[in-house]
Design a protein around this ligand. Structure first.
Ligand code: GAL
Length: 712
């Protein structure tokens, strides 16, 4: 067991594979010559230290005292079998575990089997997910990361090893045969001899990383810092996103963009769907010359209206694409939708792909991408490459399924990083150590409850998730979903199936026919009000992302992370913390009332200022124009006057509300909002203090500009 940094240990069991999430992260950063580096990699990685993973070594030392590792080597039993490596870790009876990436169907994982497998349609609670992150945290205050790109299974106390001896009670005279369901299924709820059994196929060894607490939140912080710290999106990325109809042409885009401005509905990013390309499924990455004749004009006009333009694509390269020939020998041996699957682990492949994107799209003003279909499907036609596919870097299909989303993100992100421009994007698949990548996950699934759980769960695994709004069943459904997405990492309306915004008519058939709903004005007004609320929260959310970057604290997270002592939070997956002081309890269309559990301490309703004692559950009426929001006592909440969009010149007028007699200082993060200069120290900490005369402000830092004007 080797201590990499205070509270982070690495344990090598057997002979690990060369290509793992950790080695691949390192490889992507440093590789010069692909094949040579791949071969030399494992020796190098055996001596990995934090600084080599571009983590500031000092950061984890800022975290609270951690004590000794939770397990010692003797408690970690492993063996290599014909099918791979099996590892058993202790798991006590009182313990709950969370994590494993973007789990949409469940929260606490105790008693479950999770096979972590990338899947485009994770319809069951089996472990299939858009982001299978082999990392879990426990209420005992530690985290475990299994460094593998294999389809690893975690049996979370769900399996019991064969015992040498069983204490069997002999049937007595009047022994009663068990017949009730409860009696018969008693042993299903195994409440003895728990352990975490981890089954990693096809390997002879694996590296395990342990992250200390003392509590779960700190363990997650350590994991996020180990991953390079969380991303800070550009400020505009935190505004509202709108994705237009797939069949739009240039004129349609400009008309709708102008209409959104005319209606004064906040919007920062306009996204184009597959129809912008001359060929998609698979992709050409070239504009369709019929639908988009004056692409550069379009980008210019959109920019004059202060929109950022985002383009849909996926990674499978069509034969008509200008990069097809160059990528042919740098791709896997199976096609997807007649296209190549580039091996993004090869520097040459990334250079071709990124080089083209830079010159043809990014340098011309494209602000980011929606990286679609980089998961694979077992349920919708089985598209994608098979697990037995082979890639020139040495990855097989299974490993590539796990990693393609993340490697794809890294490929495109590097272009923005090198040109010192921040970006914010969408992606449909990710994996471990992804916290620093400014990409937000989304799904074609659509259950609202699952989408809320996605916000809660993603905070355990260093990933971001958007409960995007698409078509809706009713006005109520639309508004409730809008409320949820407003309080999420990315406020996104994905109207790719409808020519008019959903607030024009939520009904797809009528929307397609251009029939405006009778109550459209009312609904648009409500939507606008919530988008404005989002804009008010941007300085607060931006500060939460700064903590994600510097301290590893996820901006959106489960209550149990902040209240580990309050066991009533252990199973709450329909409420979450946004930043340090706001508790969000979204409502789904079927609810007219909402039970909200408020953890230990006092809370204030955002809407009424009424005070509530924590440690209790309350039932609230939930009128359609309200989403339950509660502010923790002792907090200051900076709220901005909403703007329609964020430009480099935007200065937010901020009002600070105080909750309770004494409040902890609030620190706003101030920089240019758009470049990576903050990494060179070009930022301010704007410290807000409550004094008897009002709010005092102290600006510390080197950024000469201003983003906030504190007005009261
Ligand atoms: C799906 C994606 C949708 C939309 C659609 C366009 O894969 O999840 O959001 O982009 O493709 O074909």
């Amino acid at each position: 067991m080797k201590e990499l940094a205070p509270g982070i240990w690495k344990i090598t069991l057997g002979e690990p594979e060369k290509l793992t999430p950790v080695t691949m992260s390192r490889l992507v950063e440093t590789m010069h010559n692909s094949s040579e580096t791949v071969n030399n990699l494992s020796d190098h990685m055996n001596n990995v230290v934090l600084s080599e993973l571009s983590i500031d070594e000092n950061l984890p030392t800022m975290l609270p005292y951690y004590g000794e590792p939770i397990f010692d080597e003797t408690q970690m039993k492993y063996k290599v079998t014909k099918r791979g490596l099996v590892l058993e870790l202790p798991l006590s009876l009182e313990e709950e575990v969370y994590g494993f990436g973007l789990q949409l169907k469940s929260f606490s994982q105790i008693g479950k089997k999770k096979q972590l497998r990338t899947n485009a349609d994770p319809v069951a609670d089996s472990g299939d997910t858009h982001a299978p992150v082999p990392f879990y945290v426990s209420t005992k205050g530690y985290g475990v990361f299994v460094d593998t790109a294999r389809y690893v299974s975690f049996y979370c106390g769900s399996s019991v090893k064969l015992k040498q001896e069983h204490a069997v009670t002999q049937p007595q005279g009047n022994y009663k045969i068990k017949t009730t369901t409860e009696e018969l299924y008693q042993f299903q709820n195994n409440n003895c001899d728990r352990s975490m059994v981890i089954d990693i196929p096809s390997v002879n060894g694996v590296d395990i990383y342990l992250f200390a607490g003392p509590d779960m939140k700190t363990a997650v912080q350590r994991y996020n810092l180990f991953s390079g710290g969380g991303c800070i999106p550009p400020m505009w990325g935190l505004g509202v996103w709108y994705r237009g109809y797939g069949k739009m042409n240039e004129e349609d885009v400009l008309l709708l963009a102008a209409k959104i401005r005319e209606d004064k509905i906040p919007c920062d990013v306009f996204g184009l769907e597959p129809g912008w390309q001359s060929h998609s499924y698979s992709c050409s990455y070239a504009w369709d010359p019929q639908r988009f004749r004056n692409q550069e004009e379009l980008i210019k006009k959109m920019s004059l209206m202060n929109y950022k333009l985002n383009l849909w694509e996926h990674a499978f390269v069509h034969p008509t694409s200008p990069i097809y020939d160059k990528l042919k020998d740098l791709s896997g041996d199976y096609e997807v939708w007649n296209g190549l699957v580039p091996d993004f682990l090869l520097k040459e492949a990334r250079d071709v792909f990124a080089g083209y994107h830079k010159v043809e799209l990014i340098d011309k003003g494209i602000s980011g991408f929606k990286l679609d279909e980089c998961d694979s499907s077992d349920f919708t036609g089985g598209w994608s490459f098979p697990n037995c596919a082979e890639f020139p870097s040495g990855l097989d299909g299974e490993q590539m399924h796990s990693m393609i989303g993340k490697l794809y993100q890294e490929t495109l992100y590097s272009i923005y990083k090198n040109s010192n421009t921040r970006t914010y994007n969408e992606v449909r698949s990710s994996h471990a150590l992804a916290a620093s990548l400014p990409f937000v996950l989304y799904s074609d699934l659509y259950d609202h409850g699952d989408f809320i759980r996605g916000v809660v769960n993603s905070g355990f695994s260093g990933i971001l998730w958007s409960p995007e709004v698409r078509q809706c069943d009713s006005d109520k459904d639309l508004i409730r979903r809008i409320q949820t997405v407003v309080f999420s990492p990315q406020t996104l309306v994905n109207a790719w199936m409808i020519p008019n915004p959903p607030w024009f008519n939520y009904d797809i058939t009528k929307n397609l026919l251009g029939e405006k709903a009778e109550d459209s004005e009312q609904i648009s007004h409500l939507v606008k009000t919530f988008f404005e609320l989002r804009m008010s929260f941007i300085p607060y959310i931006y500060a939460a992302f700064a903590r994600y970057h510097y301290e590893g604290v996820p901006p959106f997270r489960a209550l149990v992370m902040d209240y580990p002592e309050d066991t009533k939070t252990y199973h709450i997956c329909d409420e979450y913390m946004m930043g340090d002081s706001v508790l969000v309890a979204p409502v789904t269309a079927s609810e007219d009332k909402r039970k909200v559990y408020l953890p230990t301490g006092n809370w204030y309703s955002f809407w009424t200022n009424d005070k509530y004692e924590g440690g209790n559950e309350y039932e609230f009426e939930v009128p359609l124009d309200k989403i339950p929001l509660f502010i923790k006592e002792g907090s200051m909440l900076p709220l901005a006057k909403p703007v329609e969009c964020i430009t480099p010149d935007t200065i937010f007028d901020v009002t600070v509300n105080c909750y309770g007699d004494t409040c902890v200082d609030f620190i706003l993060f101030e920089d240019d909002g758009n470049s990576f200069n903050f990494m060179q120290g070009d930022f301010n900490r704007l410290i807000l203090k409550k004094t008897k005369d009002g709010i005092s402000e102290i600006r510390e830092g080197a950024y000469p500009g201003r983003k906030y004007n504190i007005i009261g």
